[in-house]
Design a protein around this ligand. Structure first.
Ligand SMILES: CC(C)(COP(=O)(O)OP(=O)(O)OC[C@H]1O[C@@H](n2cnc3c(N)ncnc32)[C@H](O)[C@@H]1OP(=O)(O)O)[C@@H](O)C(=O)NCCC(=O)NCCS
Length: 148
């Protein structure tokens, strides 16, 4: 069921009509400097999973925000939360998170995790308004191949 603020709806991403807008939005909001984060590749790899957990916020036909979720059967994860700068502070980011939460909950997910890069730590306050807490964890990762 799509979530709505007064003029925004949140829906599952439609590759046929929204791809170029999402790529432009991510380049605007995140910028990209490494090939593994190239938006086309990220979208194609997510679509290959066929889980319908990539969402867009729409103002009419215009994509103004995105969020991607993942569920591995144990934990849910949130990624790629982004709202166009000129559309921020209107509740769109919160609506995207709430929509992704409901999608994860409906799949049986009991806990959601997310990571915030250190240089973006001011966004922690945003997630706290939505009930997320900083947890005492050390985040670790491993890459399978060298990336430039
Ligand atoms: C984070 C982001 C998605 C929030 O989108 P938004 O549509 O502005 O969010 P909302 O309007 O729902 O915000 C609700 C409240 O959260 C808080 N908040 C929102 N963005 C915030 C930020 N960047 N820093 C601190 N608090 C923030 C505010 O209390 C805000 O209420 P206010 O508008 O009355 O001040 C948006 O700022 C964004 O795209 N940032 C760049 C990408 C990013 O950092 N993504 C998260 C990666 S982990």
């Amino acid at each position: 069921m799509p979530h709505s603020t007064p003029s925004i709806s949140v829906q599952v991403y439609d590759n046929a009509t929204q791809r170029a807008q999402v790529i432009a939005l991510w380049k605007t909001v995140f910028g990209y400097d490494s090939p593994h984060n190239e938006p086309s590749l990220v979208i194609d790899q997510k679509l290959a999973v066929k889980d319908d957990l990539m969402f867009v916020a729409l103002a009419g036909d215009k994509v103004v925000g995105t969020i991607t979720a993942g569920y591995d059967g144990h934990r849910g994860w949130l990624y790629s939360l982004a709202v166009l700068p000129e559309h921020r502070h209107g509740g769109i980011g919160s609506a995207l998170v709430r929509h992704a939460e409901q999608a994860l909950l409906s799949r049986g997910c009991l806990k959601i995790n997310l990571q915030v890069v250190e240089s973006n730590s001011q966004v922690v306050a945003f997630y706290q308004t939505l009930g997320y807490a900083v947890e005492p964890r050390v985040s670790m990762g491993k890459r399978f191949k060298a990336e430039s």
